[in-house]
Write a new protein. Structure first.
Length: 106
């Protein structure tokens, strides 16, 4: 009986966390947070020869990459991203991802 309760409790927690993750971010708040990002990726998020384009990429992909930089799972050759992501919370990351995903690429 105990194992069954643990299973259902675990499933409930998993479902709730998945629903939160799919809730998405707020692009307007992401724009407010993007000041430091613009220094390298440009005001329009289009990047340049040295820094990649962020504008128009999938929101989930952007959030995943920011989380990977924050955790150290992904490393950039300039070693800048860990510094920029270390103080970002999950909602900040979701908001930034939503903002850059919303930008037009043309």
């Amino acid at each position: 009986m105990f194992n069954l309760k643990m299973f259902f409790t675990s499933m409930l927690v998993l479902l709730l966390s998945t629903a939160y993750a799919h809730a998405g971010g707020d692009p307007a708040r992401g724009k407010e947070l993007a000041g430091d990002c613009a220094d390298c990726h440009g005001e329009d998020g289009m990047g340049d020869e040295e820094f990649p384009q962020l504008a128009g990429l999938e929101e989930a992909y952007l959030a995943e990459q920011l989380m990977a930089f924050k955790s150290g799972e992904r490393v950039d050759e300039n070693e800048l991203m860990p510094m920029y992501t270390e103080d970002l919370g999950d909602q900040d990351i979701a908001d930034l991802a939503a903002y850059y995903a919303s930008l037009a690429t043309e």
